[in-house]
Write a protein that binds this ligand. Sequence first.
Ligand code: LIP
Length: 270
Amino acid sequence: MSIELRDLARDIAIEAGALAARRRAEGVEVAASKSSPVDIVTAADRETEELIRRRILEARPDDGILGEEGGTTGGTSGLTWVVDPIDGTVNYLYGIPHYAVSIAVVEGEPDPLTWDAVAAAVHNPASGETFDAARGEGARLGGEPIAVRAPVELSQALLATGFAYSAETRGRQGEVVARLLPQVRDLRRPGTASLDLSFLACGRLDAYYERTLSPWDHAAGVLIAREAGALVLGKDGAAPDRQLCIAAHPELAVVLERAVREAGALDWDV
Ligand code: LIP
């Protein structure tokens, strides 16, 4: 079943990505701001999520949906689709070709601390790349199996992270980054969490960590990274959630978790 769900998630992500890319080509404007003036939503985010919801309910009328723009729709099957119609909305707004439709299917309560992800797809319509995974079946890029890079010393690791929409939190995150930067090879802030995790999964990054992620930002990427061999951790041994998402080859993940903690990244609640 996980393979069928993966293939459905992938097909919907590709169709939705084509719509988002069409709207991008027509020009994009901010429709509203959310948690802060720089946390924005475009009409394309809403329209793309509506298309995804329609396609899911046509194929799987008993499943629930948790979407970034449309909230939660309950289901009866025990499966929930966790949807970010456009992850990397700021990249999308600025025309940076690095954004994604991110779709996961999870089992259990729609809570990242307890859910069990079954299938995932992350599609970047600007590059045409599609990452996907099915539980126990591995992760793929364009249908070909992918795996994380072999572990390196922290000093050789290319690390990615992301920052919150709250200015105060970003200030603190900047201080943490200033402490971590001399300890690693270099740092990337690509701007799309689902693609950060997917890039980690195919060896384009050594490691990734971020705080303040929403469930739809990481649901699909975490399964893709895990199925590619990464260890993905949350805070204090919990599953990845808003508090922390840290991912790397298992040997490096443990070292990075310590470094992130010692750099003060977990010193405040989010
Ligand atoms: C964004 C992420 C980005 C992260 C932001 C935000 P959005 O998602 O993917 O990498 O750092 O905090 O969550 O808002 O573009 O869907």
